[in-house]
Design a protein around this ligand. Structure first.
Ligand SMILES: [Zn+2]
Ligand SMILES: [Zn+2]
Length: 473
């Protein structure tokens, strides 16, 4: 059994497909991301499999094949066979169970049996555990159907509900090789052009000491976006590599829940692109204080992103926010939200740890700003190992400088600037002992919001304050 901290090394082999039906350019990044998002795999991709050798493959635990095209050179086919025979894994999905590897010949706009009886790559049928007579190649109409786990004790299926929903082509009439083990099946509906039988939807193979899985689902990106497909795929790759599947929260449940609060100050619409298409979070936007904080927040969100600006805040809103903070909720406060809640010192003194005073108060002078300044923010030397800074480079920005702000003694500064028109700290962690709170001063200009290093910083801060991926749902 593999320790949870050791990543499984996956090589996706791709570079060709029958692009009128299945486009490897489109599917490969999605398969890669689905594997990576589990936190279990270190995934690499080759688009030039013709050069693969046994030495090159020896770095990996499992091959994921996403290729349908010309035969590989004999050296590559032999290297793959040796890899699996020696005890490694082999996984393939939809669109690879016909074609030249199977000896089929494309003629008259369809696949045909080889006129000379040439079986193609002889080991291939054993690797995927099936053959397909040319006349049988096909599927029922693309539709939505249930896939039943028929072997629920198998590590790939263990702990999952008894079935999952597919939105896919339902391949039929494949001939399974002797010795394969079927783990899931789906009923092929004659009304959809199917066979009226249960067709195998996931099966395992043995090849020497190695393990294989074939999952004939995954026609297109909608098919691949089904949660059941993602679970079946990622578990299959893990099982093929290690012979087991570690318990984990399935990806659909593992997202950090984020509330994004705006209102009280304008901002470029590019702000929302910081959150869009980010698979590790689900998020909603509230544009007023009552919409954002008018109801209970603790337990509903893992992190709140503040991009609002207001001097005052109501009592009910304060109570809900305080409860959220005391329960260990996450806070990411950006740019002008440092003005927030002059009427509520607990907020800026004990949670955020900083304050921009729009007007002088008896104890503190007015802060100052200037828009459109070029300045560079850099990681503070002894903070470079902080998770919020992972992969964050120096950030040159054309943004807004702030000067003369108040800061709490307990803040931990992560990034700073030497620009004379800005205070030194630019990114810091607030002092509250229970909540994780990060303030990021940058975030006035669209160019900042689109800058990759800034986007990384914001998402790191969201995930760290949300305590993702250990987020309990
Ligand atoms: Zn297809
Ligand atoms: Zn601004």
């Amino acid at each position: 059994m593999l320790a949870a901290a050791v990543l499984i090394r996956v090589l996706i082999i791709t570079g060709q497909s029958d692009v009128q039906y299945h486009d490897w350019h489109v599917s490969t990044p999605v398969l890669r991301a689905q594997l990576e998002q589990t936190g279990r795999f270190d995934v690499r991709v080759t688009e030039e499999p013709r050069d693969l050798s046994s030495a090159a493959l020896s770095k990996y635990d499992v091959i994921m094949l996403n290729y349908n095209g010309p035969r590989f050179p004999a050296s590559t086919e032999k290297a793959i066979e040796e890899f699996v025979r020696g005890g490694k894994g082999f996984v393939a999905v939809h669109g690879i169970s016909y074609g030249e590897f199977m000896g089929h010949v494309w003629k008259n706009n369809r696949w045909n049996e080889p006129p000379d009886g040439n079986p193609g790559w002889p080991a291939y049928a054993q690797l995927i555990g099936a053959t397909w007579k040319a006349a049988n190649i096909g599927h029922s109409a693309r539709h939505v159907f249930d896939v039943k786990w028929t072997d629920r004790q198998h590590p790939i299926a263990r702990g999952l509900p008894e079935s999952f929903v597919a939105n896919d082509e339902l391949y039929h009439k494949l001939d399974l090789q002797p010795g394969v083990q079927v783990v899931a099946r789906a009923w092929s509906d004659p009304a959809q052009g199917g066979t009226g039988k249960d067709e195998p939807m996931l099966w395992t193979t043995r090849f020497g000491q190695g393990r294989g899985v074939h999952l004939p689902l995954g026609h297109d990106l909608s098919s691949m976006a089904q949660p059941g497909f993602i679970a079946a795929l990622t578990r299959s790759v893990e099982w093929a590599a290690t012979g087991d599947v570690q318990p984990r929260v399935e990806s659909a449940a593992a997202k950090a829940r984020v509330l994004v609060v705006t209102g009280g100050h304008g901002f470029p619409p590019e702000f929302f692109s910081l959150f869009a298409n980010e698979p590790r979070i689900v998020w909603r936007v509230a544009a007023t204080q009552s919409e954002a904080f008018g109801q209970k927040l603790a337990g509903r969100y893992d992190t709140i992103v503040f991009h609002d600006m207001g001097e005052t805040i109501g009592e009910k809103e304060q109570a809900n926010l305080r409860e959220f903070v005391e329960a260990g909720g996450g806070i990411v406060s950006t740019h002008h939200s440092i003005v927030n809640y002059t009427s509520w010192p607990w907020w800026y003194q004990e949670v955020i740890g900083g304050k921009y005073f729009v007007n002088a108060v008896p104890s503190y002078p007015k802060s100052e700003y200037k828009e459109g300044v070029d300045f560079v923010s850099k990681v503070v030397k002894n903070a470079s190992k902080h998770p919020v800074l992972a992969g964050v480079p120096p950030l040159p920005a054309h943004d807004e400088v702030y000067k003369g702000m108040w800061r709490a003694p307990g803040v931990e500064v992560l990034m700073e600037t030497d620009h004379p028109l800005n205070d030194k700290p630019v990114v810091y962690i607030g002092p509250h002992p229970k909540a994780r709170s990060v303030y990021i001063q940058l975030g006035h200009s669209a160019s900042t919001m689109l800058y990759p290093g800034y986007r990384r910083l914001v998402m790191n801060a969201i995930l760290w304050t949300a305590r993702w991926p250990s987020t309990a749902n």
